[in-house]
Design a protein around this ligand. Structure first.
Ligand code: RM4
Ligand code: MN
Ligand code: MN
Length: 431
C-alpha cells in the first residue's frame, strides 16, 4: 500500500506565488539568449525531455566506513523507497525511472512491485547486482572475490546471481544490468593480475550469454576499495578491454567517483563515445575518491565539461550513442530526498549549460588554435544562469518551480517518521 505523496494543492500554491517573477526572468533570459542565436524554447523542451534514474539505495541514509547515522522516516523496503522516489519525480520532473539493487530490493511479488511503480508514475532503469557482500544464508563467501574468485563454485554462484537479476529485470521492464564487482587484492602478490582478469572474462561471458536480445550489460570500473592494492576492473582501459572482448551488448559505465583525482573524465567519455562503448553514467561528486557526494557539489565545471561531450555526441548523432543516466550517491548528513532533488537539478543545469555552447564558433577557434577564445566560448555557456529555464521546464511538466521549498513545507519527512517506525538496521546502508 502506497502512502501519500506531496499534496498537489501545495505545489499549485507555491507555483502561483512564483509565477510572475519566473515569467519575468524567463522572458528576459530568452531575450538575452536570442541575441546569441539561442532559442530558449528549444532548450527548455530539451531540458524537459532529459531524465536521470534514482538508485533505490540512494533514498536511504548512507554512511562511511566508520558509522552510519540513520535519518528519520527512512524507507524500510523497496515499496517505501519507491514512494520517496515518486516524491522526487513529483517535484522535480527529471527522474522518471528507478534503478533497483538486488538482493537489497528482493520481493516475493515482482508484479506488485511493477504495479506500484506504475501507479506512482515510475519505470525501472538498469538493475544492479551485488556480489560485494555476503547475504544471510549464502552458501559461499565473497571475501576473496566473486566473479573472479579462484574457486569456480564461487564464480558460478556469482554468475547465477547476475542471471537472477536479469530475470527480475525482465519482469520489471529493465533493459540493462550493471555489474560492479569489488574483486581485487589488498596486497602485492596476493593475486595474479592476469589470471583474475581471465576469470572475470569467463564469468562475464556467462552473464552476457544470458542477456535477452534487446539488453545490454554495463561494466563499471573502480580503482580502489575494498580492494586497496588493485581492483580487477580498475579503470576504463580494463573495462573497455572486457567490453570489447565480450561483444556489442557490453558497454562501459562511467561512475564519476571511480577515478583517481585529476583524471580527465570528459576525455574518457569522448573516447568511449568514439568507440561506441559508452553505457552511461553514475553521477556524484568527490574531492578525494568515491566520496559519493551530491552531483555538482565539488566540481560543477567538470560536470559541464562531461555534458559538453554528451551534447556534442547527441547533436552529431553519433552511432550507438544511447547513454543511461543515474545518480549514485551516499547521503550521510542530508535528507536523501533533498539531496537527490538538488542533484537532479545540478545535472539538468550542466545539461542546459552544455546545450548553449556555440559549437560552430568553438570549432573555428579550435581550427585556428585560438586557445583563449575557445575557453571563453566554453565559459560563456557555463556562466549562463539557466535557473529560469529549469524552473519553467519543471512548471510546465507539472512539477514545482521551487522543489525544496515545497518539500519542506509539506513536512513529508516528519509524516513518514510517524508512518515508518524503524526496526533493525537496513541492509546496504553504507555505500
Ligand atoms: C559502488 C558502485 C556501484 C554501487 C555500489 C553500491 O561503489 O558505485 O555502482 O552499486 O557502490
Ligand atoms: Mn556506481
Ligand atoms: Mn561508487
Amino acid at each position: 500500500m502506497v502512502g501519500t505523496l506531496i499534496d498537489h494543492a501545495l505545489i499549485k500554491r507555491s507555483n502561483a506565488a512564483a509565477r510572475a517573477d519566473l515569467d519575468d526572468d524567463f522572458g528576459s533570459l530568452g531575450g538575452r539568449l536570442a541575441r546569441r542565436d539561442i532559442d530558449i524554447e528549444a532548450i527548455t523542451a530539451k531540458v524537459q525531455r532529459f531524465g536521470v534514474a534514482i538508485p533505490t539505495w540512494g533514498v536511504g541514509t548512507g554512511g562511511t566506513r566508520f558509522a552510519r547515522f540513520p535519518g528519520p522516516g527512512e524507507p524500510r523496503n523497496v515499496f517505501e523507497k519507491l514512494e520517496d522516489c515518486a516524491v522526487i519525480q513529483q517535484l522535480v520532473r527529471a527522474t522518471p525511472t528507478v534503478s533497483p539493487h538486488f538482493p537489497w530490493d528482493r520481493v516475493d511479488d515482482y508484479d506488485a512491485l511493477l504495479e506500484t511503480a506504475g501507479s506512482l508514475g515510475l519505470g525501472f532503469d538498469a538493475v544492479n547486482s551485488n556480489t560485494f557482500q555476503d547475504q544471510p544464508g549464502q552458501a559461499l563467501s565473497y571475501k576473496f572475490g566473486s566473479l573472479t574468485h579462484t574457486d569456480k563454485a564461487v564464480r558460478e554462484q556469482a554468475v547465477a546471481h547476475n542471471i537472477e537479476c536479469i530475470e527480475i529485470g525482465r519482469r520489471l521492464g529493465s533493459k540493462a544490468i550493471t555489474v560492479w564487482i569489488a574483486d581485487g587484492s589488498n596486497f602485492p602478490g596476493q593475486q595474479s593480475h592476469g589470471r583474475a582478469f581471465e576469470r572475470y572474462l569467463d564469468s562475464l561471458s556467462g552473464i552476457y550469454d544470458a542477456l535477452p536480445d534487446d539488453w545490454r550489460v554495463f561494466l563499471e570500473h573502480k580503482l580502489f576499495e575494498p580492494a586497496f592494492y588493485a581492483t580487477v576492473i580498475s579503470d576504463w582501459g580494463s573495462s573497455f578491454l572486457a567490453a570489447t572482448t565480450l561483444g556489442p551488448k557490453a558497454n562501459c559505465l562511467v561512475d564519476l567517483g571511480h577515478h583517481a583525482p585529476t583524471v580527465n573524465i570528459e576525455q574518457i567519455v569522448s573516447r568511449l563515445i568514439h568507440a561506441r562503448k559508452l553505457a552511461g553514467f553514475h553521477f556524484n561528486d568527490s574531492k578525494y575518491g568515491d566520496d559519493d557526494l551530491d552531483a555538482g557539489a565539488i566540481n560543477p565545471f567538470q560536470l559541464f565539461l562531461v555534458f559538453h561531450e554528451l551534447v556534442t555526441a547527441e547533436l552529431e548523432q553519433r552511432p550507438g550513442f544511447e547513454p543511461a543516466y543515474m545518480m549514485d550517491q551516499s547521503h550521510n548528513v542530508t535528507d536523501p530526498i533533498e539531496s537527490l532533488m538538488t542533484s537532479a537539478m545540478a545535472i539538468q543545469r550542466a545539461h542546459a549549460q552544455a546545450l548553449m555552447v556555440d559549437r560552430a564558433r568553438l570549432q573555428a577557434l579550435q581550427d585556428s588554435n585560438d586557445a583563449l577564445l575557445a575557453l571563453e566560448t566554453m565559459k560563456r555557456a557555463y556562466e549562463t544562469d539557466v535557473g529560469p529555464i529549469l524552473a519553467m521546464a519543471r512548471l510546465r511538466a507539472g512539477g514545482a518551480a521551487d522543489p525544496l521549498a515545497v518539500y519542506r513545507d509539506s513536512r513529508y519527512r516528519a509524516l513518514k517518521d510517524e508512518e515508518r517506525p524503524q526496526k533493525a538496521s537496513l541492509g546496504g546502508g553504507i555505500v
